[in-house]
Design a protein around this ligand. Sequence first.
Ligand SMILES: [Zn+2]
Length: 143
Amino acid sequence: MAVIQSSIYSRPATPESPDMKRRPRLTMMRPRIATIDTRAVKPPPKQASPIYHTTEYECWREGVITRAGGRCEWPGCDRVERRMFADHIKEIADGGALYDAANGQCLCGKHHTIKTNAERAKRHGLVPPTLGARAAAHPRGRG
Ligand SMILES: [Zn+2]
């Protein structure tokens, strides 16, 4: 079996460097530029609700994604990605029905993030005008 080694990401272990045998061959470099958090309002730390680990939730999720044929239901998107999101149209935090298929829509990652951030901003009393207008144009209704 042939093994191809990438010269810039790994160095072959040689008899002269026995410690190389114990090290991983692919290592990550530290970022040289730190990220800047420019959010005006920082949401509380994320904690996955135990709801997302239930069989009922998994059935609801599969049903929503299957009904959409695995395609994003955001108007004009129709994207299919490896990971699709079953989104609560009226969010659970806003009193949306947890396992009601009518309260679910299949979204791609981009549109799930847009929708979730807009809903969160609305909940905190901050609606960015552009996201708010785009979100209001959604045909399946908003929470
Ligand atoms: Zn989409």
